[in-house]
Ligand binder design. Structure first.
Ligand code: HEC
Ligand code: HEC
Ligand code: HEC
Ligand code: HEC
Ligand code: HEC
Ligand code: HEC
Ligand code: HEC
Length: 248
């Protein structure tokens, strides 16, 4: 009984000191349990500045059940392919660190941390297949060894600019910071291999192709796979010998 009372008193003291220092702005990152003080909360959570227990639970540290209790009803987040993992990933503080100051960005993606979580789920018999499937294996030069274990397409398939022509292994060509590839130089307009990298729209495989596309382009004896006869590398709407084609 006595021991519990002392621990409780100590905790109250730690929290009061913490609140005092945070209020005064004299703070540095540290450990909740040892009583050292962290930095200011982000603007989004500023209203919780005097209520540490809204996120922390003594001894346990960050209590993700508390994060979820405030953020559970975010259907837009769970319905969107790249962030659908929120439905069951847990471990909120892995990506959403706090105390980085008022202007800190709470919405930064940490693919390294994600891969580490994925490996953890792989070893956990109780984890769902979906969480296990976050990681796959391979060797990829553009991402770190840890990130290379992720199944990129499971979260980014809807952004695939290549309509599946380049396969599902996005990390064999892409890094995680940006989709653009600075070193990429598009093949020359003289290339005749356009169809190896580009898929024509469905309309090209319907009557529309003969009735409209071929007429606009002024081409007669061509088949769909000969993109280069009608198209250029500027834009799909820049038709050879015609120029910009305005859709209705
Ligand atoms: C909006 C939720 C939230 C509130 C409110 C909050 N914290 Fe935190 N706190 C966090 C997160 C997230 C971390 C990062 C935990 C991690 O790295 O695993 C953290 C980390 C810490 C740490 C570093 C040790 C650790 O557990 O990792 C301390 C110390 C800490 N908080 C103290 C406080 C104090 C004191 C208050 C009240 C003034 C407070 N926090 C309020 C979310 C919060
Ligand atoms: C007492 C309720 C409450 C708790 C507990 C809480 N949050 Fe929040 N959180 C909010 C509110 C309110 C906002 C600002 C409005 C919004 O975006 O919904 C917010 C915003 C956010 C944002 C968006 C920030 C931005 O810049 O757009 C993230 C991410 C977030 N919280 C994650 C967490 C995590 C992780 C935890 C647990 C460590 C947590 N929250 C705990 C209420 C809470
Ligand atoms: C693997 C990293 C990761 C983990 C783990 C994670 N999140 Fe997120 N979360 C993100 C990223 C990245 C975004 C921003 C997505 C965007 O808007 O582009 C986000 C967005 C959010 C938002 C919406 C912010 C806004 O206003 O748009 C909330 C709320 C949120 N997370 C809460 C949580 C909670 C609660 C948990 C734990 C159950 C959690 N997250 C676990 C990476 C993560
Ligand atoms: C569990 C889901 C998940 C996996 C797996 C994943 N990502 Fe992401 N990724 C996200 C989220 C969430 C963001 C933040 C932007 C957003 O919400 O669209 C993001 C952002 C990015 C961005 C920044 C560009 C942008 O659209 O904002 C790139 C590039 C990227 N990821 C590439 C990759 C690659 C390459 C892999 C495989 C090595 C991968 N990702 C694996 C969820 C994931
Ligand atoms: C064989 C290599 C390769 C593979 C595999 C690949 N891509 Fe690409 N991707 C490229 C190249 C090259 C570009 C053009 C980059 C540029 O213009 O900077 C590109 C461009 C993109 C862009 C547009 C970038 C921009 O903003 O202009 C997105 C989005 C994209 N890829 C997503 C994906 C996704 C998602 C996957 C996996 C499903 C994937 N890619 C697989 C090579 C690849
Ligand atoms: C080695 C593969 C490759 C070949 C061959 C190729 N392209 Fe591309 N092309 C790409 C990639 C990768 C991108 C960037 C991703 C995207 O937008 O699809 C791209 C982008 C484009 C774009 C820009 C699309 C936009 O919306 O901005 C056009 C137009 C284009 N290519 C036309 C052509 C034409 C016409 C040919 C043949 C003369 C051709 N390409 C040959 C890989 C290739
Ligand atoms: C006979 C000439 C011709 C050939 C061959 C051809 N196209 Fe087209 N394509 C057109 C014309 C004309 C348009 C614009 C009007 C329309 O929709 O028919 C167009 C439109 C497009 C568009 C834009 C669709 C939109 O909604 O913005 C894409 C993408 C495209 N073509 C890709 C291809 C690819 C990839 C190939 C080769 C596999 C190809 N085309 C072969 C004539 C052609």
């Amino acid at each position: 009984m006595k021991k519990k009372a002392i621990i409780l008193l100590l905790l109250i003291a730690v929290v009061s000191v913490a609140v005092y220092f945070i209020g005064s702005g004299k703070v540095s990152p540290a450990d909740w349990q040892s009583g050292v003080l962290p930095g200011k909360l982000s603007t989004a959570h500023a209203s919780l500045e005097t209520n540490c227990a809204s996120c922390h639970t003594p001894v346990k540290g960050i209590d993700e059940a508390k994060c979820i209790s405030c953020h559970a009803n975010n259907t837009a987040l769970v319905q969107r392919q790249p962030t659908a993992f929120h439905a069951n990933i847990g471990n909120c503080a892995t990506c959403h660190t706090e105390h980085q100051g008022a202007n800190a960005n709470l919405r930064v993606m940490n693919h390294e941390a994600l891969a580490t979580l994925g490996e953890m789920f792989l070893k956990d018999e109780k984890a769902s297949d979906r969480l296990k499937a976050l990681v796959m294996h391979g060797s990829h030069p553009l991402v770190s060894a840890q990130e290379a274990k992720l199944d990129c397409a499971s979260c980014h398939g809807t952004k695939d600019k290549h309509q599946g022509l380049f396969g599902q292994d996005c990390a064999s060509c892409h890094a995680t910071a940006q989709w653009t590839i600075p070193a990429f130089q598009h093949p020359s307009v003289l290339s005749m291999a356009c169809n190896q990298c580009h898929q024509a729209p469905p309309s090209h495989y319907m009557e529309h192709f003969e009735m409209v596309s071929m007429k606009i382009a002024g081409q007669e004896n061509v088949i769909v796979s000969q993109c280069y006869k009608c198209h250029q590398t500027t834009s799909w709407n820049d038709i050879k010998g015609v120029g910009y084609y305005k859709h209705h």
